[in-house]
Design a protein around this ligand. Structure first.
Ligand SMILES: CC(C)(COP(=O)(O)OP(=O)(O)OC[C@H]1O[C@@H](n2cnc3c(N)ncnc32)[C@H](O)[C@@H]1OP(=O)(O)O)[C@@H](O)C(=O)NCCC(=O)NCCS
Length: 159
């Protein structure tokens, strides 16, 4: 796992993955929007920040972001998982779980829990990874979202 900020050459491929997965209404359809958003979220300290997994050939295998919020409807408590994606030919091999573990480790240093809003069929993935559904809601764009949360174990210093 790498910080996307350390691999600027793969910002565009990560944006492409997201555009191919989600780039149709009610989401933005422009490829440039997805690449621009991925670049914006490639922070190094603080939020938003993104991790990327690469395969043995240096190609993007998956990515996940962490931000202050994801959906306008729930801006109360940070942080939120954003843009979680694994390349379609590599799904089902544990890459998603490992990306989540990395982002959760980072979040645990400053937050007691982490949130995610899912608008697709991946609710079961988050449940397998320890998340609990808190609500479903209709977003302003008409999409239905499921909100999940996971408590984070704080690393306590050894005494
Ligand atoms: C959801 C996604 C990130 C999962 O990545 P992945 O690498 O295939 O997931 P993993 O192989 O790490 O799976 C971890 C566990 O979740 C389960 N799982 C994976 N996808 C699942 C799904 N759609 N429904 C139910 N369970 C699922 C796996 O069986 C595995 O269970 P186990 O380890 O307890 O046996 C990937 O399918 C994807 O990119 N989907 C399209 C984009 C998307 O929906 N992103 C979420 C946006 S909020």
């Amino acid at each position: 796992m790498h910080l996307l900020a350390d691999l600027p050459d793969v910002i565009e491929p990560v944006g492409d993955l997201r555009w191919r997965e989600w780039g149709r209404p009610p989401e933005p359809v422009a490829r440039s929007w997805w690449i621009g958003m991925t670049r914006h979220e490639a922070g190094r300290a603080g939020l938003p920040v993104t991790w990327v997994a690469v395969d043995a050939h240096g190609q993007v295998a998956g990515a996940v972001g962490l931000g202050e919020y994801d959906i306008e409807e729930r801006r109360g408590e940070p942080p939120w998982i954003m843009g979680m994606i694994v390349r379609s030919d590599l799904r089902g091999h544990g890459i998603g779980r490992r990306l989540l573990a990395r982002v959760e480790d980072y979040a645990a240093a400053a937050h007691p829990r982490v949130w995610v809003a899912n608008e697709g069929p991946a609710v079961g993935f988050y449940q397998r990874c320890g998340y609990r559904v808190t609500e479903t809601l209709r977003l302003a764009n008409g999409a239905q979202a499921t909100v999940l949360v996971k408590p984070l174990a704080h690393a306590s210093p050894l005494i």
